[in-house]
Design a protein around this ligand. Structure first.
Ligand SMILES: [Zn+2]
Length: 1032
């Protein structure tokens, strides 16, 4: 695992004494007084006090595994067999100096020439003078298809066209440029919150001083007085933290300039999404060109593999890497790939081909061990090939020889997937197997907490009843008649109960293990069985379990010994597998892994805050599980704090999934839970997996983020990896790249299939390289960038104060945009905000990330909730992070009943709501149906079969099954959305102007948040200001 700290670590590691890492005249005038951090309010620390006590690079890695716990041979560590004497691995033990290489170019001396140091006041003055003419400019139409898409949609910029003619320039209404008045205690950009009328009646009762209410950071709908009392003053204070605050405010604020602001004048994510859909949706996208930017993740199209991996498997932050590390440092654009190796491919796209070379196994480069792929160049009449990754010349094995045609291409090019496709699989040989033995099919062990609460809530019976039918649907290979997966059952409270369910038994037998200090497995034969063979015994057991513990009054539970037991059982059976654990409470019983409540709000935002770090014993347990191919899926039903950070780490490290149902109520929450369980059990996964990412010369993978475990710097280990899990990989230069050769990436995942076959899944992608920064910016993908920023920041908070992590994100945003402005845009006034076309919605996403619960340290947000979201996002792919950080808001009052088309989403802001409408909001975890106070009766009738809004119960978590066309249409939309998401969302019905609306409003990410987060407009102001400072 890379020992590097957070992405921008060097900014601080190279810091000058007393300047908190910002070299003089380069960073914000006062880095401590930073934007949007609610906790910096009123503190106004002196420059130089911002110093982390946490050393950089201490990103909480844990020491190596104890000897012997990992059963892979050295060979397997390298993702497959290698030949003795030829182990020249580029990735072996990168020199320490490389590891210390800045993740990101820093605010450091090197960069200073680019941004000459000037007294920041001059920038401010300049800004103040030109505020009224501030422009947002989408940088001209460019030649790549993707940028054509976005820039070809001028509707997003509705202002007047201004010179120079080569750029699309749009003047923002003066409101945006108006700085907050210096004498305003709130220090707010008042102009972004125009009169109440703008909220179209969405506000609750208008407060006596409505303008002040809004200024003090209240979310729209601020009619909730308790909330005002709680958050008002603090939020107001937080607004002081705009870096340097806009100067010259009062004069600017006065007079007619305080116009109604047109939100359409700033870049709209919806327009970017919709124009890409219009341009590329429904079409065939062939991956035949290196460095080609794929359609957005929100665009439906048919992908044809023609030599590079489908964007379903790999998406990159940019499809053109800068040629040198100096150039990369200048731009500070993260170079990363988000790899979702088991992504689901729709039925109208080709499934992966499997290549089988029998006992010979896959063909690999002798030197770098890269697998045969389209990047290998055949020479000497086809007798040898040059490796595209390390340039080594290899002999072609005799059995693989083929003549070349006049272009130098093998005659069998299109007959062999490994020569012509970006993605394919190899059947692995024994060399690739644990202990050189063919693997057994994986096993699923169901482990049910049968303590008083779970029995009493009906959960135990619910799980048992569901399993009776669900076990028939265990995943199987296409050609298999039934699933090869073995199943086993354990129940527990303070002790463990194992069950013998051998098919020959008439009744299941229970064995109790009460020594939980050192768990042993009381039976081998009969614990793991084939469901089909033992069906009657298993059904019998599932019938009996709820009865068996019906009279329990045991309320204490264990947890770590449960996982230990599951892992030992898999180990004893010599197979990989998954544990499905159904648990409710903090494990307080006397046993290893006993937890206590360590949720101390007093430590919030202090260096002592360790709420995200797991207890060491859990981390060790997690690593042990990975070493034994044991993946842990945790379904947790908490009523209070349960230390998700500790309990969840086992799930996270083992590639498992964490499902959380707060205050579980059988009636209201069963549908969500059962749907999650069904989906999870049916998922296709790879087991006992090791992933390795190889690159062509000049750059290499340096950091990895995901539900993974690493014991060295190169091997990404996952006890299991399913279709929804993505690993984000960061790359760094270690030499110059070559524009002709490009930057090639090969991801190989060695795994055991559900039928017990050892396989290699290979994904290849080629990117371009350029010495022109403009090429790099042109091919950026904002959705992938946000995935990277979220995961790297969520990892960084383990070792760095939240505040610093947040500042780094803001600084980096400004830096990337300033570098573009300086090097790629045509000359224009400093006051113009110019955004690269491919990054024009980066600020709105970045602002949403900054407002996420994980990055906002507020006592109101439960610690477990933050730890939970942190874990979920860390494993997400690009589509999931896109939706999570920019929820979909669909107008339902304008449904076209005749077409199948889902209505286009609107921007995530209260302004887009209307009291006569109904809207669906979805972010992948939450789902709301918002109903306006004047929603037409036909609409209410159609959805709910009641005459008016007042008759609708907001307790309901699903819609009534009605025969009305409206209801059916809505149902089909919900089903469609849900089918594509890994987590089942519980529907919450929210009526305008009622209390639960507060929760709903938090998801309107373009607006100010109740936790002090800025509106999109304010954030854009802030970023623009930082850019001006960097440029001055
Ligand atoms: Zn090679």
């Amino acid at each position: 695992m890379s020992q590097q700290g957070y992405v921008a670590a060097p900014a601080y590691s190279q810091s000058q004494p007393g300047r908190g890492g910002f070299s003089a005249g380069f960073g914000p005038p006062n880095p401590s007084l930073h934007y949007g951090d609610p906790n910096s309010s009123y503190l106004a620390p002196q420059p130089g006090v911002l110093k982390s006590n946490v050393p950089f690079g201490s990103s909480a890695p844990v020491g190596p595994l104890p000897p012997g716990t990992h059963q892979f041979s050295q060979t397997n560590f390298q993702n497959g067999a290698s030949t003795p004497g030829q182990q020249i691995h580029r990735f072996q033990g990168p020199p320490p100096s490389r590891n210390a290489e800045p993740s990101y170019p820093s605010y450091s001396h090197q960069s200073q020439p680019a941004y000459p140091s000037t007294a920041s006041t001059s920038a401010d003055t300049q800004l103040a003078n030109q505020l009224n003419s501030m422009q947002i400019t989408s940088y001209g139409p460019s030649t790549t298809p993707s940028s054509r898409v976005s820039s070809g949609n001028p509707a997003s910029f509705q202002g007047p066209q201004l010179p120079p003619a080569t750029q699309q320039q749009i003047a923002l209404p003066p409101g945006l440029q108006v700085p907050p008045p210096a004498n305003n205690a709130n220090g707010l950009c008042a102009q972004t919150l125009p009169p109440v009328a703008r909220y179209d009646g969405i506000l609750g009762p208008v407060p006596p001083n409505s303008n002040m209410q809004q200024l003090s950071g209240q979310p729209p709908g601020s009619g909730y007085h308790p909330q005002q009392a709680n958050y008002g003053p603090q939020i107001a204070g937080s607004q002081l933290s705009y870096p340097g605050a806009f100067p010259g405010g009062p004069t600017q604020l006065a007079g007619p300039q305080q116009k109604q602001l047109d939100p359409d004048s700033i870049p709209s994510p919806i327009e970017v999404i919709e124009s890409d859909k219009a341009f590329r949706g429904g079409q065939i996208y062939a991956t035949n060109t290196r460095g080609q930017v794929p359609p957005l993740v929100t665009t439906d199209c048919i992908i044809q593999d023609q030599g590079h991996a489908s964007p379903r498997y790999i998406r990159c932050t940019t499809y053109c890497f800068p040629v040198s590390s100096d150039m990369a440092k200048q731009a500070r654009i993260p170079l990363a790939a988000v790899i979702q190796p088991f992504a689901i491919v729709p039925p109208n796209e080709a499934p992966l081909h499997v290549v089988n070379h029998g006992e010979t196994g896959p063909i690999r480069c002798n030197r770098c061990k890269a697998y045969m792929c389209p990047f290998m160049q055949f020479i000497e009449g086809g007798r040898r090939y040059q490796c595209g990754f390390c340039n080594c010349i290899n002999d072609v094995p005799v059995f693989f020889f083929q003549h070349l045609d006049h272009t130098g291409r093998r005659l069998d090019h299109y007959e062999r997937p490994e020569l012509s496709l970006g993605s394919y699989e190899y059947v692995a040989t024994l060399d690739y197997c644990r202990n050189n033995k063919p693997p057994k099919p994986p096993a699923y062990i169901f482990m049910i907490d049968v303590s008083y609460r779970n029995i009493n809530s009906g959960l135990v019976k619910l799980v048992c009843d569901e399993l009776k039918t669900l076990l028939d649907k265990l995943p199987r290979e296409e050609q298999e008649e039934s699933s090869s997966i073995q199943v086993g059952f354990v129940t527990y409270n303070k002790v463990l109960h194992f069950f013998n369910i051998k098919s020959s038994l008439a009744q299941p037998q229970m064995m109790v293990v009460s020594d939980v200090g050192e768990v042993f497995i009381p039976l081998l034969d009969g614990f793991l069985v084939n469901f089909k063979e033992s069906r009657s015994v298993v059904i019998n057991l599932l019938d009996q379990i709820p009865e068996m513990f019906a009279d329990t009054n045991e309320s204490e539970t264990i947890f770590a010994p449960v996982i230990q037991a599951g892992m030992e059982a898999l180990k004893a059976a010599e197979c990989a597998g998954k544990l499905f654990i159904f648990h409710s409470s903090l494990p307080t019983a006397e046993a290893p892994g006993k937890l206590r409540n360590r949720d101390d709000k007093k430590l919030l935002n202090t260096d002592k805050e360790k709420v995200f770090s797991a207890l060491n014993s859990y981390e060790a347990l997690a690593r042990n599980c990975v070493a034994n191919g044991c993946c842990v899926n945790l379904f947790i039903f908490p009523n209070q704090y349960v230390d998700i950070a500790s309990m969840g780490v086992v799930t996270m490290y083992t590639g498992g999934t964490l499902y959380k149902y707060n205050n579980f109520q059988l009636d209201a929450d069963s549908p969500q839970f059962l749907s999650d369980l069904r989906k999870d059990i049916k998922k296709t996964s790879g087991f006992d997996a090791i992933m390795r990412v190889r690159t062509s010369t000049g750059f290499r993978a340096t950091d990895f983020f995901g539900a993974i475990c690493m014991n060295n710097t190169t091997d990404v280990e996952m006890a299991a990896v399913d279709c929804d899990k993505a690993v984000t990989v960061e790359f760094k230069h270690d030499d110059k790249l070559n524009e002709d050769n490009g930057a090639l990436i090969q991801c190989a995942v060695l795994y055991t299939s559900i039928s017990g076959q050892r396989r290699l899944r290979i994904h290849n992608i080629g990117l371009n390289c350029s010495s022109q920064l403009a090429d790099v910016y042109k091919t950026c993908e904002t959705d992938a960038l946000i995935n990277f920023f979220a995961k790297s920041a969520f990892k960084a908070i383990l070792s760095q104060p939240l505040k610093m992590v947040r500042e780094i994100l803001v600084n980096q945003t400004a830096h990337m945009l300033a570098c573009y402005r300086k090097n790629c845009a045509s000359p224009s006034a400093v006051s113009q905000l110019i955004l690269p076309d491919a990054m024009k919605v980066l600020p709105v996403y970045m602002n949403s990330l900054l407002k996420s619960w994980v990055l906002v340290g507020r006592p109101e947000i439960p610690t477990d909730e933050r730890a939970y979201q942190r874990q979920l996002v860390t494993a997400m792919g690009v589509a999931d992070t896109q939706l999570f950080f920019y929820p979909q808001l669909l107008p339902l009052h304008s449904l076209d009943l005749k077409s199948d088309i889902v209505p286009a989403a609107v921007r995530c802001s209260a302004e887009r709501l209307s009291e006569g409408g109904a809207f669906l909001l979805v972010n992948g975890l939450n789902m709301f149906l918002w109903l306006g106070v004047s929603a037409p009766p036909e609409l209410i009738q159609g959805f709910f079969n009641v005459p008016s809004l007042a008759h609708i119960s907001t307790e309901a978590t699903s819609l009534p099954q009605l025969d009305s066309p409206l209801s059916k249409k809505l149902k089909s939309i919900l089903d469609h959305i849900q089918s594509q998401k890994p987590y089942t969302m519980k529907l919450m019905i929210v009526k305008q102007q009622e209390q639960p609306e507060m929760l709903f409003r938090q998801f309107l990410v373009e607006d100010k948040s109740i936790y002090g987060g800025a509106s999109y407009m304010d954030f854009l102001c802030c970023v623009h200001k930082e850019i001006c400072q960097l440029l001055s």
